[in-house]
Design a protein around this ligand. Structure first.
Ligand SMILES: Cc1ncc(COP(=O)(O)O)c(C=O)c1O
Length: 400
């Protein structure tokens, strides 16, 4: 698939008016994903798994096929290991509330976690008395594997819940080594793959990951869709967090019998259009190829980084080396309000995110107010980077 063709697949990009550099928040959707959602609402807008009629049977079939598509995408052993959620946040909350934590249990995270992988542990610490330990990053904001290893040697850790690729600066943590070390010390590992699943192959069997969570809306999927992968033997032993309709085989006025995974975790009527649309998104990404996607983003990152480093007063978060920051360039301009930059860029048709990106803890610890975050996806181009740099220079001339 050539790039020009790819841009034609995204309605917002067809006339080149908008530069969309906010895919880490939410990606754009291909026409094929939009069509698949419309197909559900137009042709078979019924319940899955409940009613016996033809339309319901079609929904059940499509949802089942979607689960199989995602399982293959992650190389899961079985499609039953795939649980549909609303987003990464829900997946992490499910683990936090279902793994049977008790007072004194230890959870380890990095110091660069999104609030979604921080607040659930803080709440469990308050409610149940779990201990939340944090591995501090190295001075260049990369993961300190040695400190992590020492921490695991010294403490009996129940769960390492860690981000794979940071939404703050784009740095990817050495997830294979993290899992190896954790497993050597009998700790489980949950990977926050919100910023990695859209860009790189995650092979859950090769990684030996216990849990992987991510969001569909950062990888061309519909808003409010997500995945929790878990090894079946772990999922079998988890207590469901949300319970009710569709989670039980039967109930009396006093008792109930839960269905096996994945049903016991998918309470209530599901976002069928979202699930079916997400599978279409995965098929599209597989057609483009994750390697090609990562390569395009890296090239754009390298190009923009070179340009930004020429500008005085611009500071890039994380390592200067673009190769270590995937598709994200997060920066601030000394003494300039980051929101002001984002608003002025928006006036010129360029969409970026500004602020603390739900990683307030890191910004507070570093006494920084925020950053402007450019996040690329494979549909972005060098010409768009040129336009961004041109506009940024004009803004800096006005503001500095
Ligand atoms: C690394 C990371 N983790 C978790 C999340 C939360 O994702 P969601 O809001 O889709 O639950 C995000 C969202 O930006 C993220 O970047």
């Amino acid at each position: 698939m050539d790039l020009q063709h790819i841009r034609q697949d995204f309605p917002l990009l067809r006339d080149n008016k908008i530069v969309y550099f906010d895919s880490a928040c939410q990606s754009l959707r291909s026409q094929s994903v939009i069509d698949k959602i419309v197909e559900y609402y137009t042709d078979y807008p019924a319940c899955g798994g409940r009613s016996m009629h033809k339309l319901a049977a079609r929904v059940t079939e499509e949802v089942d096929a979607a689960r199989a598509t995602i399982a293959k995408f992650l190389n899961a052993k079985k499609k039953e290991e795939i649980i549909f959620t609303r987003n990464t946040t829900e997946g992490i909350n499910l683990i936090a509330n279902s793994l049977g934590f008790k007072s004194g249990d230890i959870v380890v995270t990095s110091d660069k976690e999104h609030n979604s992988n921080l607040i659930p542990w803080q709440v469990l610490a308050e409610k149940l008395g779990i201990k939340h330990l944090i591995v501090k990053s190295l001075p260049d904001n990369t993961f300190d594997l040695a400190a992590f290893e020492t921490l695991l040697k010294k403490n009996k850790v129940k769960l390492v819940s860690i981000v794979q690729t940071s939404n703050l600066d784009g740095v990817t943590n050495p997830i294979e080594q993290i899992i190896n070390v954790a497993h050597q010390h009998q700790a489980l590992v949950s990977i926050d793959a919100a910023q990695s699943a859209p860009h790189e192959k995650i092979d859950v069997q090769k990684l030996d990951a216990d849990f992987v969570v991510f969001s569909g809306h950062k990888m061309l999927g519909p808003s409010g869709t997500g995945i929790l992968y878990g090894k079946q033997k772990l999922l079998d032993n988890l207590q469901p967090f949300l319970v009710g309709g569709d989670t039980v085989a039967s109930s009396t006025y006093t008792e109930h019998e839960f269905l096996p995974v994945p049903e016991k975790f998918e309470a209530g009527l599901q976002d069928y259009a979202g699930i079916i649309g997400l599978a279409e998104a995965v098929r599209y990404l597989q057609k483009v190829g994750l390697e090609k996607i990562a390569q395009q983003e890296e090239e754009l990152n390298e190009y923009l980084t070179t340009e930004l480093l020429k500008l005085p007063k611009v500071k890039i978060l994380g390592p200067e080396d673009a190769k270590q920051r995937g598709g994200i360039v997060s920066f601030y301009v000394e003494k300039v309000d980051v929101h002001q930059i984002a608003l002025m860029l928006s006036e010129q048709g360029i969409m970026v995110r500004s602020g603390q990106h739900c990683v307030h803890s890191w910004f507070n610890a570093h006494q920084l107010k925020g950053s402007v975050r450019v996040s690329f996806y494979f549909y972005n181009t060098k010409e768009e980077v040129d336009r961004f740099v041109r506009e940024l220079k004009k803004i800096m001339n006005v503001l500095l």
